[in-house]
Design a protein around this ligand. Structure first.
Ligand SMILES: [Zn+2]
Length: 277
């Protein structure tokens, strides 16, 4: 039998969700959406330009970063020295030094040293490229993603660049095995969404005015994945479908906005110079 306390907390949460926006417990939490460059992939013979956003979450108990973008070493023509010729020709990154996350933080009045947690959707080159810029942070990643990133499955190895994190073995890692509520208040919740990679994770951010936002990472690669089109690049399609269903269930339950990482049209429709509150 539920205790009265459990019931009242659950009822309050349900009311907040029904209201469709305000999460009073998340008062003071802000979300910034930043990006710069892009890269290109081949999609059934057609070049497809992908934007590379990262999100900064200013929580009263610490500054949080979701993904770190392409490595600073890739910027301004440095690609071949860092990635090698093959990957550079395949992805054709458009990436300047000002596109790198440390400069994005500075522009908003933050610094790399102020970041308490860096959360990674996964360890592909376009998401974990600047891990080594944050030696003082705690790095939040699924345990299986860490071990896989160091020795990826043979046919997916090209998307992981060991140089992005081989000097960071002694950093502080929060090694997860599933979901995790980062501050214990429901405002920044890591969702396990495997498939694209074995330890892929998405992020549910609850904001006092905006309501819920799901940062999909690459669990959803393009908007049509939400209506049944299989994601084109995934290590485990069954897991990917389950993860997409999970995101849709949370979207519907919380009336959440779903931010698809690489969706250029979506990105251009959002604001970038001020916070979502
Ligand atoms: Zn990606």
């Amino acid at each position: 039998m539920k205790s009265l306390k459990t019931f009242s907390v659950t009822a309050a949460a349900a009311m907040a969700i029904t209201a469709g926006s305000a999460f009073a417990a998340c008062e003071g939490v802000k979300l910034y959406d930043v990006s710069g460059g892009s890269f290109v992939v081949d999609r059934v013979g057609t070049p497809w330009s992908l934007v590379v956003p990262q999100q900064i979450i200013d929580h009263p108990r610490g500054l949080v970063l979701f993904d770190t973008g392409l490595a600073d070493d890739v910027a301004d023509g440095g690609c071949e020295a860092h990635w090698g010729e093959g990957l550079c020709q395949y992805l054709q990154p458009q990436w300047t030094r000002d596109d790198v996350i440390d400069r994005k933080l500075q522009k908003l009045g933050f610094s790399t040293d102020m970041v308490k947690y860096v959360i990674y959707s996964h360890f592909h080159v376009d998401h974990a490229g600047n891990l080594e810029l944050f030696p003082k942070a705690t790095h939040v990643v699924q345990k299986i993603e860490l071990s896989h990133a160091w020795w990826p499955d043979k046919y997916f190895r090209g998307s992981f660049v060991l140089k992005d994190y081989d000097d960071a073995r002694d950093f502080d890692y929060l090694e997860l095995t599933g979901d995790f509520d980062l501050f214990g208040d429901g405002c920044v919740t890591i969702l396990s969404t495997p498939g694209h990679t074995p330890g892929h994770q998405s992020l549910l951010v609850r904001l006092p005015k905006t309501g819920s936002v799901i940062l999909t990472g690459d669990a959803v690669v393009s908007a049509d994945n939400l209506t049944g089109t299989p994601p084109g690049y995934t290590q485990n399609l069954t897991q990917s479908f389950d993860s997409i269903e999970r995101i849709k269930m949370i979207r519907d339950a919380e009336q959440a906005d779903v931010w698809i990482t690489h969706d250029l049209e979506q990105y251009e429709g959002r604001k970038h110079d001020e916070a979502y509150e």
